[in-house]
Ligand binder design. Structure first.
Ligand code: PGA
Length: 330
């Protein structure tokens, strides 16, 4: 094994990720015979087959799985070393692997944009999935940092809140409950609801509130996208609960109103999370710091929160994260 080269491990790693020799060769700008040759040498050094072909698909064997984990650790350490050296030279360079839950796509790209302007040497990969999938990625150590609407439970993590994330009740502007004050939760439970898919953090928070009051949602339709939910509400299919971040004050949103229901808004926060014991890279550390520092200058405007129509609020925040109001940090 001591004759194994980093290049061979790189080729092997790419094949596992792509499940294909051809795609790995393309990623690494190599010819397919070169890729095959590198894998033959690596297989000889290990002394066990690294892949098996089932049907048209290529799978790593047990030895392959082990080697994949090992190669990821090596490349991770290598990347950290490179970033530390770049940091010593006064540059922030390297890769930032970020996974965020679906709803965070409304503000994370903006924050990332500013971060990348500040550190042009940073390469970002951003994965957007629902809570369940982001949790799974975290358990497989696929990302540097994850963003959740609620810290994971039952797994040792470091979770730091950086921004408010209220969940509000959204209805079509002409809904009979529009404009009423302090609507009891029981009234909401009678209404047909449009809900996010199982596995969504938003869905989980709403179900928890209902369960605390011995109630159950009357789910009329499940949708996997916040935007699709808003359109369905506008279309009169039912009421929904959404993060306030999904409701920019755009013309279309003037067709929506927020209902003043008891127990709402559900006050939540956005958390930046990583597994306990994980050593953050220099770049991940810098991004985490910028999120936490940003939270001191970004504050949620509660006045806009409940029972108000989006169309009545005029200001569109320059951050694009609509419910955020920039306040002086003094
Ligand atoms: P979701 O998560 O986009 O998976 O619903 C958001 C949240 O937890 O607030």
């Amino acid at each position: 094994m001591r004759h194994t080269t980093l290049r061979q491990l790189e080729v092997f790693n790419a094949i596992v990720r792509h499940g294909s020799f051809t795609r790995a060769a393309r990623e690494l700008f190599l010819t397919q015979p070169t890729v095959s040759m590198q894998i033959k040498k690596l297989t000889d050094a290990v002394g066990l087959p690294l892949f098996e072909q089932i049907g048209k698909k290529l799978y790593p064997t047990d030895a392959g799985h082990l080697l994949y984990k090992f190669s990821c650790e090596i490349f991770d350490r290598f990347a950290r070393f490179e970033m530390t050296i770049a940091d010593m030279k006064g540059l922030k360079q390297g890769k930032l692997r970020l996974a965020v839950v679906t709803t965070a796509e409304y503000f994370i790209p903006l924050i990332l944009g500013k971060f990348c302007q500040q550190y042009p040497g940073v390469d970002v990969s951003l994965k957007v999935s629902n809570r369940e999938r982001v949790l799974q990625r975290m358990s497989e150590n696929e990302d540097d940092l994850s963003i959740f609407g609620q810290p994971p439970e039952g797994v040792p993590t470091v979770a730091e809140p950086f921004l408010e994330n209220p969940l509000v009740v959204v209805a079509p502007i002409d809904h009979p409950l529009a404009g009423r004050k302090a609507i009891p939760l029981e009234r909401l439970a009678e209404q047909p609801m449009l809900a996010r898919e199982a596995g969504s953090g938003t869905r989980m928070a709403v179900e928890r509130l209902f369960a605390e009051h011995g109630l159950k949602m009357k789910v009329r339709m499940e949708l996997g996208s916040n935007e699709a939910l808003k359109q369905a509400v506008i279309g009169g299919l039912g009421i929904s609960v959404l993060s306030r971040h999904t409701l920019p004050f755009e013309t279309n949103e003037a067709k929506l109103t927020l209902l003043d229901v008891q127990g709402f808004p559900i006050e939540r926060h956005w958390y930046v999370v990583y597994p306990a014991g994980k050593q953050l890279s220099v770049v991940a550390q810098a991004f985490r710091d910028s999120l936490l520092q940003g939270s001191r200058t970004l504050k949620y405007d509660k006045a806009r929160n409940a029972g108000s129509s989006p169309q009545r609020s005029s200001a569109r925040d320059s951050s694009g994260g609509i419910p955020l109001t920039r306040v002086s940090s003094r």
